[in-house]
Design a protein around this ligand. Structure first.
Ligand SMILES: Nc1nc2c(c(=O)[nH]1)N[C@H]1C(S)=C(S)[C@@H](COP(=O)(O)O)O[C@H]1N2
Ligand SMILES: [Mo]
Length: 158
């Protein structure tokens, strides 16, 4: 079965599906809201270095410094992240996606915390580069978790 949230291989889309960088966050209770880069700029900022984007098609790029809001800090601003276990679906406007577990948020890998990145090497991320982009620092499997053009984030209780 082909699960778009758990792809096994993928030819990356080079072009953004839209110019709109806002995304919709839907909590487990069904409440949803549109968030913008400005909203993310208003939350605590975290930078992670070194990040490598490991790609089948064009090799490995990096090391990069990505900065933005940890997924945990974003969710903490909206819900009680410690109450119950959950998964976070992060889906791009081109239908590419990934799941992050609350366990991963609470126990970040030594490579760094999972980030909703809005910047790269000190500059704002361009739309082409993914604004807004999920960065999973410890992922080396063809960049399948490095979701560009985040369009939707859904919280699902386990
Ligand atoms: N939204 C979205 N994100 C995506 C992809 C995609 O097709 N759509 N491809 C993934 C894959 S397979 C790769 S290799 C990287 C490529 O990232 P880069 O353009 O920064 O090198 O993006 C990842 N994130
Ligand atoms: Mo890839």
């Amino acid at each position: 079965m082909n699960d778009p949230l758990h792809p096994h291989s993928h030819d990356p889309n080079p072009e953004p599906p839209s110019l709109d960088t806002s995304f919709v966050l839907t909590l487990a209770n069904g409440r949803s809201q549109t968030l913008t880069i400005a909203d993310l700029e208003g939350l605590p900022q975290t930078a992670v270095f070194p990040i490598y984007i490991v790609s089948t098609g064009h090799g490995t790029s990096g090391p990069f410094t990505f900065h933005g809001v940890t997924l945990r800090d974003l969710l903490k601003s909206q819900m009680d992240v410690d109450a119950v276990p959950f998964t976070v679906e992060v889906i791009s406007a081109d239908g590419f996606g990934n799941r992050v577990t609350s366990h991963e948020l609470h126990h970040p890998d030594s490579a760094g915390a999972i980030l909703l990145a809005i910047g790269l090497d000190g500059q704002p991320l361009t739309r082409q580069q993914g604004a807004v982009r999920l960065i999973v620092p410890n992922e080396k499997d063809d960049a399948l978790r490095q979701v560009k053009w985040v369009g939707q984030i859904n919280i699902r209780l386990l």
